[in-house]
Design a protein around this ligand. Structure first.
Ligand code: HEC
Ligand code: HEC
Length: 159
């Protein structure tokens, strides 16, 4: 993680390459955008980790004040879930949160995310009843979102 964080910081800046007597400015690669989101998320993850220091193993719902769909796992795992959701949608924490108050429900996207969790649970229950699938067929955020806010809404294959 610390290594990727450093790469993220480098990625958003411009590399100066000196070849012969010429200075060539190479703009940040497309991956740099992803890396800068990663760096921003890491900043908030570190903040949350600091806030729960010493209470990492306590059940998540007795540490955080406004959980309605998540619960029953150690508090330290919440940030992993949040990071995974963010990556699945290709966003930073601020897409769903007021980052000065993570418990706030001000952002519509946060309540949509709760509904999405419930949607996933419904689909997964249904999947269990379909005969002939693998042992544990599941959908999660990435099954539909694949790194973007809007899943494929049209039935066509993109390569
Ligand atoms: C796709 C939307 C979404 C993204 C992106 C997201 N979160 Fe969340 N977050 C939620 C939802 C929804 C809840 C409430 C879950 C519940 O009701 O059980 C939540 C809850 C939390 C809480 C608990 C607040 C409390 O006290 O109740 C923290 C802390 C938090 N998120 C941090 C983060 C961090 C840090 C990131 C970025 C790495 C992040 N979130 C990204 C949707 C999101
Ligand atoms: C079964 C497919 C499916 C799954 C699984 C799924 N989503 Fe979605 N999600 C959608 C669709 C479809 C939309 C609507 C896109 C649109 O507005 O046209 C959407 C929209 C959203 C939005 C609003 C988009 C925006 O512009 O902000 C959020 C936030 C979101 N999903 C979060 C999540 C999270 C978090 C998970 C996992 C817990 C998840 N979704 C799982 C299909 C899915």
């Amino acid at each position: 993680m610390p290594i990727r964080f450093t790469l993220g910081l480098l990625g958003v800046s411009f590399f100066v390459l000196t070849s012969m007597h010429r200075e060539v400015f190479v703009p940040a690669s497309p991956a740099a955008f992803t890396d800068s989101l990663q760096a921003e998320r890491q900043k908030y993850i570190d903040k949350v980790k600091l806030a729960i220091k010493g209470k990492e193993q306590i059940t998540v719902d007795s540490i955080f004040v406004n959980l309605q769909v998540l619960g029953g796992f150690p508090a330290e795992n919440l940030v992993f879930a949040m990071d995974a959701w963010s990556k699945a949608l290709g966003v930073s924490c601020s897409h769903c949160h007021r980052t000065d108050d993570f418990a706030s429900d001000e952002k519509k996207q946060k309540s949509i995310a709760r509904d999405m969790v419930n949607l996933g649970t419904m689909i997964n229950e249904k999947l269990k009843t379909i005969d002939g699938l693998s042992k544990r067929p599941v959908v999660n955020c990435i099954s539909c979102h694949r790194g973007t806010l809007k899943p494929a809404l049209k039935l066509e294959v993109k390569n």
